[in-house]
Write a protein that binds this ligand. Structure first.
Ligand SMILES: Nc1nc2c(c(=O)[nH]1)N(C=O)[C@@H](CNc1ccc(C(=O)N[C@@H](CCC(=O)O)C(=O)O)cc1)CN2
Ligand SMILES: Nc1ncnc2c1ncn2[C@@H]1O[C@H](COP(=O)(O)OP(=O)(O)OP(=O)(O)O)[C@@H](O)[C@H]1O
Length: 184
C-alpha cells in the first residue's frame, strides 16, 4: 500500500465513524493519564469534521489551568503555535479549521515547561508510523519538538503496517492513544 492509497482508505473509513463518540472516549482516556495530569501546557488541535472531536479536551485543558497552544497555518508548509487564553477567540482559518486569530503572537513551544503535544493523523500503524494529510506540517514540527507527544488515532484507523518515509516521525506504542486508551 502506498501513502496515497492509505490516505484514500483512511478517508473512506473515517466517514463511517462517529467522531463525537471517538473524541469523548479519547478525552476520558486522556484525562486519566499521568502525562495529561502532569502537563503544564498542551499543544492540541481543533478538530476537522473527520477527526476525533477535541472540544472537550480543549475546554478541560483551560479549565485545569494548563496553557493551551493551537496551530495557525502560516504557509503551504509551515504552521505557527499560538497560545490561546479562551476558546471564544478562535476563528475559522485554513481548511476551515478553528485557529487562533492573527493578532495573537506565535509562540515557541520549547519555551513551555512540561508540554504535551496531541498529534492528529489520518491513520497510524501499530509500530508507530503516522499518516498525515500530506502537508508535512507535523513532520516539520516533530523534527525539532523535544517534548512529550501523543498520537491520537481512532481504533478503526490503526493498521498493522504503513509505508514510512525517512522524515516521518515515529511514535512508540505507549505514545499512541485510541478511544480505548494507550496502545501497548
Ligand atoms: N485539526 C487539524 N489541524 C491542523 C492539522 C490537522 O491535520 N488537523 N494540520 C496538519 O497538518 C495542519 C493543517 N494542515 C492541513 C493539511 C491538509 C488538510 C486537508 O484537508 N487536506 C485535504 C487534501 C488537500 C489536497 O487536495 O491536497 C484533505 O485531507 O482532504 C488540512 C489541514 C495544522 N492544523
Ligand atoms: N522535517 C522536514 N523538513 C522539511 N520537509 C519535510 C520534513 N518532513 C516532511 N517534509 C516534507 O513534507 C511533505 C509531506 O510529507 P508527508 O506526506 O509525510 O506529510 P504528512 O505527515 O502526511 O502531513 P502532515 O504532517 O501535515 O499531517 C514531503 O514532501 C516532505 O518532503
Amino acid at each position: 500500500m502506498t501513502k496515497r492509497e492509505a490516505r484514500a482508505w483512511a478517508k473512506a473509513r473515517r466517514t463511517e465513524l462517529d467522531m463525537a463518540a471517538v473524541g469523548r472516549g479519547m478525552a476520558q482516556a486522556l484525562f486519566s493519564l499521568p502525562q495529561w495530569q502532569r502537563a503544564g501546557a498542551v499543544l492540541a488541535f481543533a478538530a476537522m469534521p473527520d477527526e476525533p472531536d477535541t472540544a472537550e479536551i480543549l475546554r478541560r485543558a483551560l479549565a485545569d489551568g494548563k496553557r493551551l497552544l493551537l496551530p495557525r497555518v502560516r504557509s503551504k508548509t509551515e504552521m505557527d503555535w499560538v497560545e490561546i487564553p479562551a476558546l471564544r477567540l478562535l476563528r475559522p482559518g485554513a481548511f476551515g479549521i478553528q485557529e487562533p486569530p492573527a493578532d495573537l503572537p506565535a509562540a515557541d513551544p520549547a519555551g513551555y515547561a512540561a508540554a504535551l503535544a496531541l498529534v492528529p493523523c489520518l491513520a497510524a500503524s501499530r509500530d508507530g508510523v503516522r499518516l498525515g494529510r500530506g502537508g508535512g506540517y507535523y513532520d516539520r514540527f516533530l523534527a525539532y519538538y523535544k517534548g512529550m507527544g501523543l498520537l491520537l488515532c481512532p481504533e478503526a484507523l490503526l493498521l498493522d503496517e504503513l509505508p514510512c518515509d525517512d522524515w516521518d516521525a515515529r511514535f512508540a506504542p505507549e505514545n499512541i492513544m485510541t478511544e480505548k486508551g494507550i496502545l501497548r
